[in-house]
Design a protein around this ligand. Structure first.
Ligand SMILES: [Fe+2]
Ligand SMILES: [Fe+2]
Length: 178
């Protein structure tokens, strides 16, 4: 179960930050599908499971939180100014992010155990994967349908600033090399 395209680093500001958000959503779908593939195996002792679980754990513990921060900290504050009517929607999406965090608090340790020991209770894992998927997939679909179209109202300056923040979030000053 290859899961390449593991959270490629954003090392330079994307020309279109909304396209970068959409690309993140494709990675979310890819890794969620990967979780379902693991969960649907007849036996979690399958030798392919530990590496797939380790990749998934890395994505959901590192890549996904960065994407949520991009939305909550870079996109939402600017949309609240240029599209004030989307405030309630942004509030709901931010609440979704916290719910997803709570779900991951259960799933990530299971992925860690699968990666390191190759087994966890199968039903527990299946339930955790289904729960995450049931939160995450409708959430990103809603963002694509209701939120991203509003981004046409962002100024060129806003877009440049969002793009710069995406890079800074992934390359904090202490880790930057000259
Ligand atoms: Fe989101
Ligand atoms: Fe998103």
């Amino acid at each position: 179960m290859p899961m390449s395209r593991l959270a490629p680093p954003i090392s330079r500001p994307p020309a279109d930050p909304v396209a970068a958000f959409r690309a993140c959503h494709e990675r979310i779908r890819l890794f969620t599908a990967g979780l379902h593939r693991i969960a649907s195996l007849p036996d979690l002792a399958d030798p392919r499971v530990p590496s797939a679980a380790a990749q998934a754990r890395r994505y959901f513990s590192e890549g996904l939180p960065l994407h949520a921060d991009d939305e909550d900290l870079s996109l939402a504050p600017r949309l609240r100014i240029v599209a004030p009517e989307c405030g309630p929607l942004l509030d709901e999406l931010e609440r979704d992010h916290r719910q997803i965090d709570a779900c991951l608090a259960t799933l990530l340790p299971l992925l860690g155990t699968l990666a390191e020991e190759g087994r966890v209770p199968h039903t527990t894992f299946r339930v955790a994967v289904s729960f995450l998927s049931s939160l995450l997939l409708p959430h990103i679909a809603r963002e694509e349908e209701e939120l991203f179209p509003l981004c046409v109202r962002l100024s060129a300056e806003d877009r440049v600033d969002i793009a710069r923040e995406l890079v800074e979030r992934r390359n904090p000053p202490a880790s930057r090399t000259r």
